[in-house]
Write a protein that binds this ligand. Sequence first.
Ligand SMILES: [Zn+2]
Length: 221
Amino acid sequence: MDASALPTCPACQQSNQVQKVTSTYGMNTKEWYETVTTTDANGNTHSRQELREAHTKLGLKLKPPAHPPQPTHPGLWYGIGGLIAFILASTLCPIALIPLGFIIPLIGASSFVPDVSGIPAWVITTLVIGLPILCIAILGLAGVIWLGSKIKQRFDRDMKSYKDKKALYDRDDRPRWQRAKNRWEQLYYCMRDETIFIPAENKAIKADDMEKYLYDPLFRG
Ligand SMILES: [Zn+2]
């Protein structure tokens, strides 16, 4: 677009200081990549590129409306929780089984298990060791099932609240932001008055009130 095609500022009725906000913002914003080096628990260093942004005062004022934060899917938190539980269980269970390794030979080798009226000692030994283990296993299984059902209930509740939030987000927050963003792309800035305007609406708004105006077309500065 050549300069003569620029719209007239509603405040000063001239167009010679008018710029498209998208380009004013671009000229007042600097983006660059910075190498960030971190050291992990194993002492290895990792480098990654991070996008940095700097704005002039004007650039900051004319920043496009920020994307609204999305609700987090609860599956993410349950996944992280499950992973931690799995790591803990796979570390702690073998440790918990160590005492068993001492007890079993002790009972098996001991002679305190009497040979009761013809029943072979190995049957007694099996019962003495097997029954408690079976009981613990059944109790453990019941505990896991109970815990699982509690987590499932909780998950269903979280999922429902997430769906409600997501629906609200999809219905209200995102379209509202999308409209504001589209309006931002139509904005012009007049350097003389430090005002912004959308040609079709022909209203001069102070650059400080840009965000309000983007979300509310009826806003009057
Ligand atoms: Zn003007």
